[in-house]
Design a protein around this ligand. Structure first.
Ligand code: ADP
Ligand code: MG
Ligand code: MG
Length: 899
């Protein structure tokens, strides 16, 4: 079996398509070597070895050792150097992790491996540069000590022990711990190596390994081991990466960015990953190695500055930029090192980008002929297109706001919120409903939870490829990083900037598009697309973004099989949704209208009535309001279909619960307060979600169904007469479990329809259907479909009833279920395809067996979740329905599902 794939010297065993086996990094190193880019030689140990390792008690396949030796021999041959050479310049290697999908900051890399007391001397001799050689050795011992040998900060220590040793020597020899690392001499570094090794011995009880092969084995084991560290696990959970995938290990010859002022390391993007603009973008550090750039210790210079410092290297990078885009047909995020003016490529991958950038890059690449429109549709993450709709600061408000400083724009959009300085307090405040900003010196994977909870992230240190920036872009969070004038005081929990001090809980505002930081709360205003489509404060021809958006949505319609409707309860919501391309209403919740104005009092009167005649009287007072609501909605729909659900929630939800409110109501409707109290008590339910709700209300109180049906038909007839377009109401009966329930309700609806049509002397077409939201309905869908002309899957309740899991109470145990991978995703956000999805599938098949042309839709929250939309497409649903601002997401998801 082949476990080791070599690359370098213009060829490779593997290629870019082998990401499952070689990991993303390994596959692309092979691909770059194949197309002649300057890649230092090396080899990749496959992900199969990782799987084997965990399946076999942390041991390796027996052939692995020999294959590794062979891989090293190939590198030695290409470079003319020997691993562990103590005479001439030794071959040093980097040991790098690399999963299928990149997991920023999760796995650890070890550089300069192969050095020991003897080979470092050989390196000194060969390079004539003792400072450089000892700097490499110092870095190696530190990284290896930390990552492989586990020498880390104890809980009672303030600093990492190695960092403390560096600070100590700076203090001793230069009088301050703040001098730059570059100040340290060869002798200082040599001394550090010896102190580091002493530290290793003290902390681990073992000598630091001198044998290069032992070092290599340890490093490879550490990479495989890191696949299951806490950070990696948290990251996998967030992004749904299965633990079975495993990571590959890349062993690669070192190139050195730390030989002096003609060397350096950098990270670059072929286009701007925040805005999507077609410009060379990135940063580099002179005389630096490894992760100095990403770590945010020194603030790097923009790559454009290389143009003046090292024009030849800059031009080479510009050439590589073009080669990469032409070859990979996508924006690339790449790592390079310049060693004595020669550029080496260490990594490339499809760059992470904001939703805004993904959208712009895809549209512009179609224009450039780099990709076709279908690729563009596939490539824009559906759940991120709503970033195009995210607010920007209100133009007037921002003029008034006090600008404090400028950082780097790392995640676009405007965010305002109360500041918190650590993840825990950030999460706590967000749980209490506050809008929060996370402010840190720099972020690390420990801060992930806080970043998820925050509206935006502000850091004082680090560049556009720092951890904060990477993660923010991926999560679509507003982010400003490297705002170095911001003083973050963790102890006093204050942030000082621009002569002002802010305490935790104070408001600040950040603009991740410009990098500007403001004092206080700044009002935000809608995006260009919103301005064109909704507020009409911008003309379509003035917005490139809008034009691209329109083009993308057209492409989506050209390939989608499903339609996208919206969940809307008011004309305004309806208009917004239609502007985003909704093709009708999939769910209009009539009860939402009951809370408007003082009509709630009539609702209460209706509920509190103990006699049918009283109830009929109260209900008829509601009729004109409901009719008005429906007319508004039908007008906004302009002839598009609208599904209206009859009253659904348990009645007590409408009743006053406190004594005070009850007294107040008694006065208003002239009913003794004792009667009200008694009725409230009667209506109390132990488990209202499974209680007297849905069609059970219409069965008990047919006059409610009658009133709602009348309001719908009168509105439909009148609007079609007044407006001249056909109105075809789709009346939906909720919570049906038995065909008979639907029969009873449909009989009422049909009777009222006849009455209204006779009174008005004209008729409209209409449909009567049901929600499928109870397992019994799903498994008897063939019977129900004899009556129902359409089904709409109410997946919120179907999940709740199908799993026997209250959606309001699941917060206390669902997170643990996700952690233990009992469930893959939150079942209330993304359909549980194997369970609830199977119920849906059964219902679809049974429904079609008795009514082949039955109309099928979904109207739960899941209708705006891309994975669920995809699932609905495989079921062959007619439409999905989601909230108005999710419509573009659902349209894109529907298109992607169909491609
Ligand atoms: P990550 O997955 O965290 O990006 P990498 O394996 O890419 O980790 O390594 C981190 C950094 O180490 C790289 O950005 C690069 O600067 C440095 N590095 C990796 N391999 C080499 C190498 N062969 N020579 C010099 N530097 C390297
Ligand atoms: Mg790393
Ligand atoms: Mg990297």
């Amino acid at each position: 079996d082949k476990f080791v794939y070599s690359f370098g010297g213009g060829s490779a065993d593997g290629n870019g398509s082998m990401k499952n086996l070689l990991g993303g990094k390994g596959a692309n190193l092979a691909e770059m070597a194949r197309i002649g880019l300057p890649v230092p030689p090396g080899f990749t140990i496959t992900t199969e070895v990782c799987t084997y390792y965990y399946d076999h008690d942390c041991t390796y396949p027996s052939q692995l050792d020999a294959q590794i030796k062979e891989g090293v021999a190939k590198m030695e041959q290409i470079l003319g150097r020997k691993f562990g050479d103590t005479e001439a310049m030794p071959l040093l290697v980097a040991v790098r992790s690399g999963a299928r999908e990149s997991m920023p900051g999760m796995m650890d890399t070890i550089l300069n491996l192969g050095l020991n007391e003897k080979s470092v001397e050989a390196m000194v001799k060969a390079t004539g540069n003792p400072r450089f050689a000892w700097d490499c050795y110092r870095r190696f011992v530190q990284m290896y000590g930390d990552v492989v040998l586990g020498v880390q900060k104890n809980p009672d220590e303030d600093h990492e022990p190695f960092e403390a040793a560096i600070a100590a020597i700076k203090e001793e020899r230069y009088g301050s711990a703040d001098v730059e690392d570059t100040k340290l001499s060869a002798d200082d570094l040599k001394e550090l190596v010896s102190r580091f090794k002493k530290l290793v011995l003290e902390r681990t009880g073992h000598e630091f390994p001198e044998c290069p092969w032992e070092q290599l084995q340890g490093a490879i084991g550490a990479v495989f081991g890191s696949w299951n560290n806490d950070r990696a696990i948290v990251y996998r959970q967030k992004y749904g990466i299965p633990s079975e995938w495993g990571t590959a290990v890349n062993v690669q010859a070192m190139v050195f960015g730390n030989t002096g002022e003609e060397s350096g390391s950098g990270v670059a993007f072929t286009r701007n990953p925040a805005s999507g603009e077609n410009e060379f973008y990135g940063e580099f550090l002179m005389n630096a190695q490894g992760e100095d750039v990403v770590a945010g210790v020194r603030t790097p210079a923009p790559v454009a500055a290389l143009h003046d410092v090292m024009p030849a290297a800059f031009n080479e990078l510009m050439r590589i930029r073009e080669v990469l885009e032409n070859h990979f047909h996508d924006m690339q995020d790449f790592e390079f090192t310049i060693q004595d003016r020669t550029v080496y490529m260490l990594q490339t991958r499809n760059g992470k980008r904001t939703g805004v950038a993904a959208f712009r890059i895809a549209c512009e690449m179609v224009e450039q002929g780099l990709i076709d429109w279908k690729t563009a549709v596939r490539r824009i993450p559906a759940d991120q297109v709503d970033q195009l709709l995210t607010p920007i600061f209100d133009r007037e408000a921002i003029k008034q706001a006090k600008m404090l400083t400028r950082g780097l724009p790392a995640g676009p959009g405007a965010a305002t919120g109360r500041i918190y300085l650590n993840a825990e307090r950030c999460v706590e405040a967000a749980d209490n409903g506050e809008k929060v900003l996370l402010v840190r010196l720099e972020t690390s994977p420990e801060d992930l939870r806080g970043m998820i909870a925050a509206e935006g992230i502000l850091t004082a240190r680090g560049g556009v490829s720092s951890h904060a920036a990477l993660v923010a872009r991926q999560m679509g969070k507003v982010c400003v990083c490297g705002a170095d004038e911001v003083i973050v005081d963790y102890n006093n929990r204050t942030v000082t900037v621009g002569g002002m001090t802010f305490n935790e809980g104070d408001y600040m505002s950040i603009d991740g598009t410009s990098g500007l930081v403001y004092a206080g709360k700044v009002e935000t205003s809608p995006s260009e697309i919103i301005q064109v489509l909704i507020s009409k404060t911008m003309k379509p021809e003035d917005s490139r973004t809008y034009q691209n958006f329109a083009k993308l949505m057209q492409w989506c319609d050209d390939c989608s099989k499903m339609k996208v409707r919206t969940n809307a309860d008011s004309p305004k919501q309806t208009e917004a949704a239609l502007a985003f391309g909704a093709t009708g209403i999939g769910l209009c919740r009539t009860e939402h209208m009951f809370f408007e104005g003082d009509r709630i009092d009539f609702v209460r009167e209706m509920i509190l009535s103990t006699k049918k005649s009283d109830r009929v009287a109260a209900v008829s007072k509601l009729l004109p309001y409901q009719k008005g609501d429906f007319k508004g909605i039908f007008k906004a729909l302009k002839g598009l279909p609208g599904t209206i659900r009859l009253l659904d929630p348990p009645l007590h939800e409408f009743l006053p619960q406190t004594k005070e409110q009850q007294l107040d109501l008694a006065q208003k409707i002239g009913m003794p307060v004792e009667v009200i109290m008694r009725r409230v008590a009667e209506l109390h339910e132990f488990n209202p979600m499974l209680g007297h709700r849905g069609c059970r209300l219409g069965i008990a109180y047919p006059e409610i169904t009658e009133m709602q049906a009348r309001a719908i038909f009168e509105a439909a007839v009148e609007v079609s007469q007044e407006e001249g377009f056909a109105v075809v109401p789709e009346i939906m009966v909720p919570l049906v479990a038995f065909k008979k329930e639907l029969d009873i309700q449909k009989a009422i609806i049909d009777k009222v329809a006849q009455q209204v049509f006779e009174e008005k002397g004209t008729k409209v077409d209409y449909l009567v259907g049901t929600m499928i939201e109870i397992p019994r309905a799903a498994v008897t869908a063939d019977e129900i479909a004899e009556t129902a002309q359409f089904f709409s899957f109410g997946t919120n309740d179907l999940t709740q009833t199908g799993l026997g899991m209250s959606r309001d109470d699941s917060g206390s145990f669902l997170p643990q279920y996700q952690e233990l991978e009992i469930i893959k995703k939150n079942v209330f956000a993304s359909i549980d395809q194997e369970g609830v999805g199977k119920l849906m599938k059964i219902a679809v098949e049974l429904g079609r067996s008795t009514r082949p042309d039955i109309k099928l839709g979904i109207c739960g929250e899941h209708g705006g979740d891309p994975a669920s939309v995809k699932f609905c497409n495989t079921l062959g649903l007619t439409y999905v329905s989601c909230s108005p601002y999710r419509v573009p997401t659902a349209r894109l998801a529907a298109a992607q599902a169909a491609l």
